[in-house]
Design a protein around this ligand. Structure first.
Ligand SMILES: [Zn+2]
Ligand SMILES: [Zn+2]
Length: 562
């Protein structure tokens, strides 16, 4: 068959039918990662679904922020887990899972050539114990997930080496930060997003190296700025006007006394300043958004240090990878999620330090596995059953041929077999659906109900005084009802101390609602064609044409802003 490139395809999902392309380079990548078993190479076919559907299918396997109380199925201890107790999944607490008190090989089974692979894999995945939460080397930071080396932290999701920080996600090397998202090396920050190396700042977005700034967008190396956009090396500015230090202090006091109103005004102000069509620092031949230090990274979002990658999001230090989310330090990867330091890694979920794995979930320090769950330091296993190298290669070749017939080969695990309900996962954040739509597609939904906290009283969020000085310490014994979602939530002691220190009002909104509002500030993972707001040149951008922001091409942006 002769193709002309790029090859146009239609997404196989009946509810989508979006057209998408596979280029010559894409096909070369699929050839490069096509594995060889028993002397035969098995071509990875081009995808059958569009980028959004493929991403949602993977994200449906990642419950990042829903935690439940349940008991460990081995020790019977009460534990926190991302698997709710009503799920059939077997769950062990971290130390029990990593102990030798159980053997993943004892769950081994033969491949059945009369049933689909995914169905057999799902049964194995349900039977083999899973780790309650994905945390490593943390101290006093139980209410976290996908969290490594954190101390005294609470409700952090996707977090590395933080201290005394709360209610945040994608947060790295931070101290004393609260309600932030996508921040790195920050200290004493509140409500900051996609920012690096900021100190004592509040309500910043896309900023770096700033100190004592509030309500800022795209500020770099600024000090003492309030309500400013698109500034570099500025100080004592209010709404982009420079003042003397004395004038600034006087004006700032007035602004701070009506902070909530200023916050609303700033949302409008932000819209009047031009934006660059793509957020990128030190990139070469890249498309997507929020890309740092990368080369040949196409359709990538919120990534750093990539080379020759396409369709990645939330990934760092990756080479030769396609369709991967939440993956770091890996090479030759296709259709993977939640992975770390892998080589030749296809169709996997939460696998770390592995080589040549296909269709595996929660396997660590292993190589040459197919369709395995919960393996540690293993090789040549299929459905958790041990084989010799020769037997392994022969059987994998036979299984792939079978999967080519069933139409499963080349596809990631289907959403219906995820251990989570769709709305518990990041799929709901990036591709939100109603309960009806989820159930129509044969996927799982979980109705969320909050247990009413055992407290002295419940106070309406809308009735909380704006002045933190008017809040009694007693609030620690109450619950607050979110003024938008009506969900009850509580305040912690360290959190109250943080608000008092910075004269920040106690939040009126549930932590999940605060998270949702931060996510809305970020552009979607999608590109549109539109024109530069100044020279009308065609640009491809994550700002949809109907959005109100003024969007400029690279040249116009550089002329106007810097
Ligand atoms: Zn689609
Ligand atoms: Zn232009």
């Amino acid at each position: 068959m002769v193709h002309t490139f790029p090859m146009q395809q239609i997404c196989a999902n009946a509810w989508c039918k979006q057209s998408f392309e596979s280029t010559d380079e894409d096909l070369a990548f699929y050839r490069k990662i096509s594995p060889t078993f028993a002397g035969e190479t098995f071509a990875i076919p081009p995808p059958t679904q569009c980028f959004s559907c493929r991403q949602a299918r993977r994200l449906a396997y990642r419950n990042e922020r829903h935690l439940y109380h349940r008991s460990c199925d081995l020790t019977r201890k009460d534990i926190l887990s991302i698997y709710s107790p009503d799920k059939p999944t077997k769950v062990y607490e971290h130390s029990a899972w990593w102990s030798d008190k159980w053997d993943p090989l004892s769950y081994g089974r033969d491949f059945d050539f009369s049933r689909p692979f995914f169905e057999q894999f799902f049964e194995l995945q349900t039977a083999v114990p899973r780790i309650n939460v994905n945390n490593m080397d943390c101290e006093n930071s139980d209410f976290c997930n996908f969290s490594v080396q954190n101390r005294n932290c609470y409700l952090l999701f996707g977090a590395l080496e933080n201290q005394d920080s709360f209610y945040s996600n994608r947060i790295l090397y931070c101290k004393d930060c609260c309600d932030c998202s996508g921040i790195e090396k920050c200290e004493l920050c509140y409500e900051c997003n996609d920012s690096q190396r900021c100190y004592q700042c509040r309500d910043l977005q896309n900023c770096s190296h700033c100190t004592d700034c509030q309500l800022g967008y795209n500020l770099h190396s600024c000090k003492n700025c309030f309500g400013c956009v698109n500034l570099q090396n500025a100080s004592f500015c209010i709404e982009n006007v420079a003042y003397s230090e004395q004038e600034y202090k006087e004006l700032l006091e007035k602004k701070l006394s009506s902070y909530e109103q200023e916050r609303k005004n700033f949302q409008q102000r932000k819209l009047s300043a031009p934006r660059k069509y793509m957020d990128a620092i030190n990139t070469e031949h890249c498309t997507g958004n929020a890309i740092i230090n990368s080369k040949n990274a196409l359709d990538c979002y919120e990534v750093m240090d990539l080379e020759d990658c396409r369709y990645l999001a939330n990934a760092t230090f990756m080479r030769d990878a396609y369709d991967t989310t939440h993956d770091d330090h890996s090479e030759l990867v296709y259709e993977a999620i939640g992975s770390e330091t892998n080589f030749m890694h296809l169709f996997c979920d939460i696998c770390w330090y592995d080589r040549e794995l296909l269709y595996c979930s929660m396997c660590f320090n292993s190589q040459n596995l197919f369709g395995c769950c919960g393996m540690r330091k293993s090789k040549y296993c299929i459905l958790n059953k041990q084989y010799s190298k020769e037997e392994y290669e022969k059987l994998v070749a036979k299984i792939i041929k079978y999967m080519q017939e069933t139409g499963e080969w080349g596809e990631f695990f289907p959403v219906c077999f995820s251990p989570f309900a769709y709305n518990e996962t990041l799929a709901q954040e990036h591709s939100p659906l109603s309960k009806d739509a989820v159930e129509e597609r044969g996927w799982n939904w979980k109705d969320e109900e909050d247990d009413m906290p055992d407290v002295e009283k419940v106070i309406e969020g809308s009735r909380l005084p704006a002045d933190i000085a008017a809040i009694p310490d007693d609030i620690l014994n109450w619950a607050i009802r979110c003024e938008v979602t009506q969900r009850p939530f509580r305040i912690m002691k360290q959190e109250l101390a943080f608000y008092r220190k910075f004269h920040i009002p106690v939040p009126h909104l549930h932590p999940d609602e605060r998270h949702r509002r931060r996510m809305v500030l970020r552009n979607p993972r999608k590109l549109w064609d539109r024109q530069c707001g100044k020279c009308s040149k065609e640009i491809r951008t994550s700002y949809a044409p109907e959005r109100p922001e003024i969007v400029y091409c690279e040249d116009c942006y550089l002329k106007e802003v810097y």
